[in-house]
Design a protein around this ligand. Structure first.
Ligand code: G3H
Ligand code: 13P
Ligand code: NA
Ligand code: ZN
Length: 305
């Protein structure tokens, strides 16, 4: 069933488990996410970015809404990184049940002002809202505290932000970053900062940039002819620890992109005579499903639906 973000995330925060929020661009990715969640009796969030909306349009939205509505587990359809009030309202009018307004690159006042406008409009339509405070970006363990503070979320500021906006769940910067290159090794995750945020805030917290970039997938990508540098993701143990301390929504896009590409490359390499799209995209869908399954198990949401 299609539900709001809060309907999935509030129980997750209370129950100390995480919910995977996976980005989709097409039918196969959407099926891998929702069918795996159903098989494992897990709630799940499917998210569409503005770029994905440009690519797939209303057609993509309707595919997700149809699968979500017919799903036997709770599914939320979330706008990822909405850049404006107008963008958030457009998503709501298309049927999204959850939206992110990401004005985190602005100063506190502007971020809070934009977020509050979206919260008021969204709540009037029965839609719940994510905002972000702090800046994601790779950090190194040796970084100066003052420099680190400038990027990572300040817990007191986060508390003021939530009080000022009434936002439903909040993305915090705690050492994760977007993409396949999150560090020169295992990225440093600031667990004490997560705990401080969770002490001051009772709403669900969100971690962006949480792909694991598993080494075996990176190796398979190379073996199938793909080119990728020294890629590192977030360790499973870090995500498990984070979900014990308030992180309820865990954003994953890169892992499914990698799995998709490995699936397609391997299928084409194995049989150069193949030109049936189903024989090319089917293995990619299966491999994405495996990565979704791994994440749901790591986050502890299996059996919660
Ligand atoms: O955080 C960004 C997501 O990975 C979506 O990326 O805007 O290229 O669709 P995209
Ligand atoms: P990854 O790049 O780690 O998959 O993060 C995706 C994300 O945060 C989408 O909002
Ligand atoms: Na988001
Ligand atoms: Zn993100």
């Amino acid at each position: 069933m299609l539900v709001t973000g809060s309907q999935i995330l509030v129980p997750a925060r209370e129950g100390k488990y995480g919910v995977g929020a996976f980005n989709t661009n097409d039918l196969e990715i959407t099926q891998a996410i929702i069918h795996t969640a159903e098989r494992l009796r897990s709630p799940v969030i499917v998210q569409i970015s503005e770029g994905a909306l440009k690519y797939g349009g209303k057609d993509l939205v309707n595919v997700v809404i149809d699968l979500a509505t017919r799903a036997t587990v709770p599914v939320a359809l979330h706008l990822d990184h909405g850049s404006s009030y107008e963008s958030a309202l457009k998503a709501i009018s298309l049927g999204f049940s959850s939206v992110m307004i990401d004005a985190s690159h602005h100063g506190f006042e502007e971020n809070a002002h934009e977020t509050k406008r979206v919260v008021e409009a969204a709540h009037a339509m029965g839609v719940t809202v994510e905002a972000e405070i702090g800046r994601l970006g790779g950090i190194e363990e040796h970084i100066e505290v003052s420099e680190e503070d400038a990027f990572l979320t300040n817990p007191e500021e986060a508390q003021k932000f939530v009080e000022a906006t009434g936002v439903d769940y909040l993305a915090i910067a705690i050492g994760t970053s977007h993409g396949a290159y999150k560090g020169k090794g295992r990225p440093f995750i600031d667990h004490s900062r997560i705990e401080k945020c969770a002490q001051l805030l009772s709403i669900p917290l969100v971690a962006h940039g949480s792909s694991g970039v598993p080494p075996y997938i990176v190796e398979r990508l190379r073996a199938a002819g793909g080119v990728i540098g020294d890629a590192f993701g977030i360790a499973d143990e870090d995500l498990q620890q984070a979900t014990q301390h308030g992180i309820a929504k865990v954003n994953v896009d890169t892992d499914l992109r990698l799995a998709f590409t490995v699936g397609v490359r391997e299928a084409l390499a194995k049989n150069p005579k193949e030109f049936d799209p189903r024989k090319i995209l089917g293995p990619a869908r299966d491999l994405m499903g495996e990565l979704v399954e791994h994440k749901l198990r790591v986050l502890g949401s299996v059996g919660k639906a």
